[in-house]
Write a protein that binds this ligand. Structure first.
Ligand SMILES: Cc1ncc(COP(=O)(O)O)c(C=O)c1O
Length: 481
C-alpha cells in the first residue's frame, strides 16, 4: 500500500498529519480490523518524515484507540473498532407542537451539581483545559488599568474591544459583521433567550431539531412557547423537507437549532444544507435562532461556516459564547441579530442592563493577544482525544448493539440502545455509583429518546473514567436482562 507524502498544512503538527492519513485509510476501509499497518521504517520512507514523527503518530493512534501494538509483530488496526459501530438512527418525533415540561431537566441538572460525581451528564469541560492562569492575570491587569470602567455599568451594545475581536473571529465562520452589529450577553443562554423573546410571543410555535439541547427547551418553556420537534439526521441535521411541510401550514413563528457539532447529536450541517435552510426560511420570512457555541471546536481542518454566513436578509439571529472555549464562569456571550438587533438591545437593557465589564475586557485581551489560536489548537486536540477514548470505551464495555454518534467536533456523544431500554433506570443506578449521565428524554419536548443518553467527553481520560465507563457498561447489561 502506497501512502502519499505530506505537504505542509498550516497549524497541524507533522505527526498529526501522519496520523490523519492512517486514520483516513482506516475509515475508508483500506485498512480493516486486524490488518497490519505499515511498519515505522516503511512509513518513514514513504511519507518522507523522521522515525520519531512516525512513532509519535502511532502513539497518537494508539491513544485514540485505533491501533494496537503487538510485541515483535508491529502495529495492527484494532478489531473492536468504533468505525464498525452503527450511528444512531435519524429521529422521527411526533409531528405536533407541544408545551415543554422542564421538570426532568431541572431535577437532573440539580443532581449534576453534587460533589464527587463523575460528571458524564453535564456538557462541561474540565477547568484544566482552560487557560485559567492567563485569564486570571488578564482580569487583574484589566482591573488595574481600567478600575472605573470595571466598576461602572457598561453601555450597550457591550465593550468595543470585545466586539471588535468577535467581529474579526466571525470572519472565520464566513460572516462579515461590524462591531456595532454585535450585542454582548451573559453567555449563549441569554443570547438565545433575548433572540426568542424578540421574535415570538407567548403561545407561538418554534420548530426545533430533535433531539434538541435541553437549555433551548428551557428557554422555550420560560417564554411560554411551544416546541415542534422535526426529524433530524445525525450527520445531515434538520430534515428540510419536514421543515418546509410545517412552514407551508403557516403555524411556525421561528426556527431554532445548533448549527455546528450540535448538542446532543454532534451534527455539523454541510454548507449546502445551511444555504438551503436559509433559502427556505427566507421564502417564508421566518427567523432562525442559530446557536453556534461549538463552532470553533472542529477536530480537523478549518472551522465550519455559520448559517449566518448565508443570511442575506438579516433573518438569522446568531448566538455564541466563550463557555466551551475559554470560561463558562465568566458568562461572556454574544448575539448578531440582523433585523432584530435594536429589539435585542432594548430587551438586554430591560433584562439586566449589561454584562460585567471586567469579564468582557479580559476576554477581549485574551482574544487579541493571549494566544487564542494556540489554545484552540490544543483544546480541539484534547476534545478529539477524549471523544475517541470515550467512543472506544463504549465499543469495549457496552453491548454490541449500542449505537453511538460520530461527531467531528465539540465534546458530547449520543448513545442509542435497543428500543425498550430505559435510560432513566440507568441514570438512577449510575447515580448510586456516583456517575452522572444525561438521559435521552431531557432532549425532547415529547419525552422521547428513553433508550438514549448523552455522555460528556469534556473530562481528560483517566483510570477513574475508564472504570466509570466499565460500570456503565455493566449496568446497561444488567438492565437489559
Ligand atoms: C448547545 C448549547 N448552547 C448553549 C449552552 C450554554 O451556553 P452558555 O454557558 O454560554 O450560556 C450550552 C451548554 O452546554 C450548549 O451545549
Amino acid at each position: 500500500m502506497k501512502v502519499r507524502p505530506l505537504e505542509t498544512e498550516n497549524g497541524t503538527n507533522l505527526y498529526e498529519q501522519v496520523a490523519h492519513r492512517v486514520e483516513a485509510l482506516i475509515s475508508e476501509g483500506t485498512l480493516q480490523g486486524g490488518d497490519r499497518i505499515p511498519s515505522v521504517r516503511k512509513m518513514h520512507q514513504q511519507m518522507n518524515v523522521s522515525i520519531s514523527t512516525v512513532l509519535e503518530a502511532y502513539r497518537l493512534l494508539e491513544d485514540r484507540g485505533l491501533i494496537a501494538v503487538r510485541p515483535q509483530s508491529g502495529y495492527f488496526v484494532r478489531s473492536n473498532l468504533m468505525s464498525h459501530r452503527e450511528e444512531p438512527n435519524p429521529s422521527a418525533p411526533p409531528r405536533t407542537a407541544l408545551n415543554v415540561d422542564t421538570s426532568l431537566a431541572f431535577r437532573i441538572n440539580r443532581s449534576l451539581r453534587e460533589p464527587n460525581m463523575i460528571k458524564l451528564g453535564a456538557a462541561v469541560a474540565d477547568p484544566s483545559l482552560f487557560p485559567i492562569t492567563t485569564l486570571n492575570r488578564l482580569i487583574g491587569q484589566t482591573l488595574r488599568n481600567a478600575p472605573e470602567s470595571c466598576h461602572s455599568y457598561d453601555v450597550l451594545p457591550g465593550c468595543e474591544p470585545l466586539r471588535h475581536e468577535i467581529a474579526r473571529r466571525l470572519m472565520d465562520a464566513g460572516c462579515s459583521v461590524t462591531p456595532d452589529q454585535i450585542l454582548i450577553t451573559n453567555g449563549t443562554t441569554e443570547a438565545l433567550y433575548l433572540s426568542l423573546r424578540a421574535i415570538t410571543k407567548p403561545g407561538d410555535t418554534v420548530a426545533i431539531e430533535s433531539p434538541s439541547y435541553y437549555g433551548l427547551l428551557e428557554v422555550l418553556a420560560s417564554l411560554h412557547l411551544r416546541a415542534l420537534e422535526l426529524p433530524t439526521h445525525p450527520r445531515e441535521g434538520l430534515c428540510l423537507e419536514a421543515l418546509e411541510m410545517v412552514l407551508k401550514k403557516g403555524s411556525i413563528a421561528a426556527c431554532a437549532l445548533v448549527s455546528n457539532f450540535s448538542n446532543p447529536l454532534g451534527t455539523c450541517m454541510s454548507d449546502l444544507h445551511k444555504k438551503k435552510l436559509v433559502t427556505i426560511l427566507e421564502s417564508y420570512n421566518i427567523p432562525l435562532v442559530e446557536d453556534d457555541i461549538y463552532g470553533d471546536l472542529c477536530f480537523q481542518g478549518n472551522r465550519p461556516k455559520a448559517i449566518k454566513a448565508f443570511d442575506q436578509k438579516g433573518l438569522v439571529l446568531y448566538c455564541a459564547s466563550c463557555s466551551k472555549t475559554l470560561s463558562p464562569g465568566l458568562r461572556v456571550g454574544w448575539a448578531v441579530a440582523g433585523q432584530y438587533q435594536t429589539q435585542l438591545e432594548q430587551l438586554k437593557l430591560f433584562t439586566n442592563i449589561a454584562t460585567a465589564t471586567v469579564n468582557q475586557l479580559a476576554i477581549a485581551a485574551f482574544l487579541s493577544n493571549g494566544g487564542y489560536d494556540r489554545h484552540l489548537r490544543q483544546l480541539r486536540r484534547s476534545y478529539y482525544e477524549q471523544v475517541m477514548r470515550m467512543t472506544q470505551a463504549i465499543c469495549d464495555y457496552f453491548p454490541p448493539e449500542t449505537k453511538v454518534s460520530r461527531p467531528s467536533g465539540g465534546h458530547v456523544l449520543w448513545v442509542e440502545l435497543s428500543p425498550e431500554f430505559d435510560s432513566m433506570e440507568l441514570y438512577e443506578q449510575a447515580y448510586q455509583h456516583k456517575i452522572s449521565i444525561a438521559p435521552g428524554s431531557m432532549f425532547s419536548a415529547s419525552g422521547g429518546y428513553q433508550n438514549c443518553f448523552r455522555l460528556n467527553c469534556g473530562l481528560p481520560w483517566s483510570e477513574e473514567l475508564e472504570q466509570a465507563m466499565k460500570t456503565l457498561g455493566n449496568l446497561i447489561k444488567i438492565i437489559n436482562r
